[in-house]
Design a protein around this ligand. Structure first.
Ligand SMILES: [Zn+2]
Length: 171
């Protein structure tokens, strides 16, 4: 297993629409395992392959951050098939360090996708799980959570990010 580098906002892979996974082999399984290890080490609750510079439609979500193996979700080519309700809640992203903002997400979602062997599977999530799943699927479409904010909020976030980047120069 290996820990992967997580790309930060501004990297072109994060803005690209990821390609569907078509080959279900050992490399895919290894990538998923490495993503889970990277997610737990970060620590975070969700990671999408584009965040580790692989432009493929693969996500891992684990609200327990490694505490409960039953909560680990690995989805290939995930698609939202239904959405219900709306919740506005604070959200962050491993690729957008030090920024959290309130984002509206569906209360409940049903997602269909494939497992690592290419078999059809589906997941239903409520509240934080629905939020994490939607956030990671957004990454597959090249979308960061800050793009879901109002233009004014987004401008403020961009300013804050610029300051953070300047503070990190030379590090
Ligand atoms: Zn993210």
């Amino acid at each position: 297993m290996a820990k992967l580098d997580i790309l930060k906002i501004g990297h072109p892979t994060l803005a690209k629409k990821a390609e569907p996974v078509t080959v279900f082999d050992k490399d895919l399984a290894r990538l998923a395992r490495d993503m889970v290890e990277t997610l737990h080490a970060a620590p975070g609750v969700g990671l999408a392959a584009p965040q580790v510079d692989i432009s493929r439609r693969l996500i891992v979500v684990d609200l327990s951050i490694g505490e409960n193996p039953d909560e680990l979700i690995i989805l290939v080519n995930p698609e939202v098939v239904s959405r219900e309700g709306e919740v506005v809640c604070e959200e962050g992203c491993l690729s957008v360090p030090d920024i959290t903002e309130k984002v509206a997400r569906p209360y409940r979602v049903r997602i269909k996708g494939l497992d690592l062997e290419g078999r059809e599977t589906s997941v239903e999530g409520e509240d934080m799980l629905a939020r994490a799943l939607c956030h990671e699927i957004d990454h597959l479409d090249g979308k960061l959570f800050i793009e879901r904010l109002s233009p004014l909020k987004r401008a403020l976030v961009r300013k804050k990010l610029r300051k953070l980047r300047e503070a990190n120069v030379g590090r």
